[in-house]
Ligand binder design. Structure first.
Ligand code: XMP
Length: 506
């Protein structure tokens, strides 16, 4: 595998993505928490950073720990750090070194640059630049303005590049990374979802033995894939719990339970709608609703887990970005969304945690799911918040309001599928607004509810744009909702992006 040392660059995760796309396993670790260097590690990549090597408190690693032992590639800050600590000079750049540039000279005979074209476009993004390098360094690529665009330390497999090969604007960046990872480090390209499934099941068998595992399922991709993997390893010793909290989508409880049974999972559906409605009664504040749902979920889950004799593990669908965020150089507080994952691990349960997906990115989770034969209706499902429709009904929650919103939501989602739009949006849903408006139906004046439809495009939910759905679709769906859902006489479409709006209304 490849070890990526993170100095806090916005692009570090992208480096890992690209290496994984080459079917080579890699891990990101913060520069100040380097794992023990084992024989598995075939090479090291040093990431970029928002810091400058000239800062008094600049992040540093002792490169001597790696040099001469394994190949080393410094990207941007990583390259500047190599130059700076070996007697070279790094200065603020006098000219702009941000954006597209062309490599006007390329030493294609150098193993790192093999198969690259002269004039290939690369992406630059730095405030500092290497102005001189020690005699032992050799320049192997330049642009018109950046002489030391890439270097090699003579006689060593130590390289530095000031551009970002991981960014797609670096047109041949992937070739460069392949040259490094495969040819120079000698990694084999055998890390695939099939190999992941095989090795993970073997590891889970070894780790869990005859122990019992309990796991809460949500119907979402991550928990479904994690449960299926654990199930392949330990069979009926995995006890899954799927809770109907009364604020799921229409027919979701039955539908998802059915899919799980098809997958062979040992899953218990727990219908505790009333318990949730009681806990939510009269609450209007969004955070109060979230807390009530989180608390009730833990009560239910704890009760159910205690019914399973001798359970010692809790299965979770945690994925790699959550792990990276929680150990990030910037610290967890900078990025983590506090409201996520309602419930979490109740301390008093004292269970050990097993998280088979905690090294995977989201699309890798989907690929593993496909390998495991999980159907698309689970793998391609839009994200859905833990507190469900409770944070899409503005104001207090009643079963009657839930029923109205379930109908509207189902028409909207089915409409998106019918029009082939479902896979083009990242998330979609409807909000029930706490207002009524005047309308006319036949000869009758109506005074009924307003619903807002929301559909967004996004990569990770951190930022999002409102989906530009075709007018024709919006017209049809609005008609259908008003005609079919009693109590609703007006439909509006939310055209706010995040930021400044959020995806959910509460
Ligand atoms: P926002 O509204 O913050 O949502 O833009 C971003 C993503 O997070 C989901 N979300 C939640 N998920 N518990 C969850 O499990 C929550 O309390 C929660 N609030 C928002 C939201 O659906 C979107 O995908």
């Amino acid at each position: 595998q490849i070890l990526i040392l993170d100095f806090g660059s916005q692009y570090t995760q992208l480096i890992a993505r690209r290496v994984r796309e080459l079917n080579v396993y890699c891990e990101i670790h913060p520069y100040n928490h380097i794992p023990p260097i084992s024989a598995d590690i075939k090479g090291v990549i040093l990431s970029g950073s928002p810091c400058s090597v000239r800062d008094a408190d600049a992040p540093v690693v002792h490169l001597a720990a790696f040099r001469h032992k394994m190949p080393l590639l410094g990207v941007c800050y990583g390259a500047q750090l190599m130059a700076h600590t070996s007697g070279g000079e790094v200065q603020p750049s006098s000219i702009r070194e941000y954006g597209r540039a062309k490599l006007s000279t390329v030493h294609v005979e150098n193993p790192l640059l093999k198969d690259l074209d002269v004039n290939t476009q690369v992406w630059m993004s730095h405030g500092d630049t290497i102005t001189s390098i020690p005699d032992t360094f050799q320049v192997i690529a330049s642009t018109e303005t950046v002489r030391v665009a890439a270097f090699q330390v003579t006689g060593e497999e130590t390289y530095g590049i000031q551009f970002h090969p991981e960014v797609t604007h670096s047109q041949q960046g992937k070739i460069l990374l392949k040259n490094f990872v495969v040819d120079i480090c000698g990694c084999s390209q055998n890390w695939t979802s099939e190999s992941f499934v095989e090795s993970t099941i073997a590891q889970l068998k070894e780790k869990l033995g005859d122990d019992k595992v309990v796991m809460g399922l949500s119907g979402g991709v991550d928990s479904s894939v994690a449960a299926t993997l654990i199930h392949r390893a330990i069979g009926s010793n995995l006890y899954c719990i799927f809770v109907d909290n009364g604020v799921l989508r229409k027919d979701e409880f039955e539908g998802v339970l059915e899919s799980y049974k098809h997958l062979g999972l040992n899953v218990k559906g727990v219908d505790v709608k009333e318990q949730f409605y009681t806990a939510l009664a009269g609450l209007t504040d969004p955070e109060a609703k979230r807390k009530a749902i989180g608390r009730t979920f833990i009560e239910v889950f704890d009760h159910e887990a205690h019914l399973i004799e001798g359970v010692s593990w809790l299965g979770q669908g945690t994925i790699y970005p959550d792990v990276i965020e929680s150990v990030s150089v910037k610290g967890p507080s900078a990025t983590i969304k506090s409201h996520h994952n309602v419930g979490g691990l109740p301390d008093f349960m004292k269970l050990k945690v097993v998280e088979p997906l905690n090294t995977l990115f989201k699309d890798e989770v989907r690929a593993v799911g496909r390998t495991l034969g999980i159907p698309d209706n689970i793998l391609k499902r839009h994200p859905f918040p833990g507190p469900g429709l409770a944070i899409r009904i503005l104001g207090d929650i009643t079963p009657e309001k839930v029923a109205i919103l379930q109908e509207v939501d189902a028409l909207f989602i089915n409409g998106l599928k019918k029009y082939d739009l479902y896979d083009q949006v990242w998330q979609a849903g409807a909000m029930l607004l706490p207002i009524q408006s005047v309308g006319v139906m036949g000869d009758e004046r109506t005074y009924e509810r307003v619903v807002a439809l929301r559909a967004v495009t996004s990569v990770d939910g951190m930022t999002a744009d409102w989906a530009h759905l075709p007018y024709e679709f919006l017209a049809d769906i609005s008609n259908e909702i008003i005609n079919k859902v009693k109590g609703v006489n007006r439909v509006v479409y939310d055209i706010s992006s995040k930021p400044p709006a959020t995806i959910e209304w509460e």
